[in-house]
Design a protein around this ligand. Structure first.
Ligand SMILES: [Fe+2]
Length: 157
């Protein structure tokens, strides 16, 4: 198909930034689904705190999914947030089925966040020259996810 959306980036810059953004979209969709799964299935004495903190994470992941997807469209790259694509390409760690104890949920969410953040930091490096505007967005997303990662880690001690 002809490219309907044009960009000032050259082909290589567009490819690098597009890959970084599309990978971020996939990871964040998965993270939002994992956090909702945990929100519904958490049990234990810390239920309420964890249940509410999970929705804070869902809100952030959904908002950033949209930011990354619309940055991709802004540079002429078609984002792919379909379930099959997310299942195949996500770099999040996943989450077990069934009820989960609060402590196990905190551990699982902390390590999922760490996995997503590691991939974001690689994309920050990758986009530095190719597209600083995309890099700037990824830095903002990473800063907020690292803040949330701290808050989840603090619950482990
Ligand atoms: Fe809810």
């Amino acid at each position: 198909m002809a490219q309907p959306i044009t960009t000032a980036l050259d082909q290589e810059q567009q490819r690098i930034a597009g890959d970084a953004l599309c990978g971020t979209v996939v990871d964040l969709i998965d993270l939002s689904l994992i956090a909702k799964q945990a929100h519904w299935n958490v049990i234990g004495p810390r239920f309420r705190t964890v249940h509410l903190a999970l929705d804070e994470l869902v809100a952030a992941a959904r908002e950033f999914t949209d930011s990354a997807a619309e940055r991709a469209t802004s540079i002429g790259v078609s984002p792919d947030g379909r379930a099959a694509t997310v299942a195949e390409a996500s770099g999040a760690e996943g989450f077990p089925a069934d009820w989960q104890r609060d402590d196990a949920v905190v551990e699982a969410i902390t390590s999922n966040l760490a996995a997503v953040i590691t991939r974001l930091r690689q994309r920050i490096d990758a986009t530095e020259k190719a597209d600083p505007v995309t890099q700037d967005l990824l830095i903002g997303i990473t800063a907020r996810l690292e803040q949330l990662h701290w808050m989840w880690q603090a619950q482990l001690s």
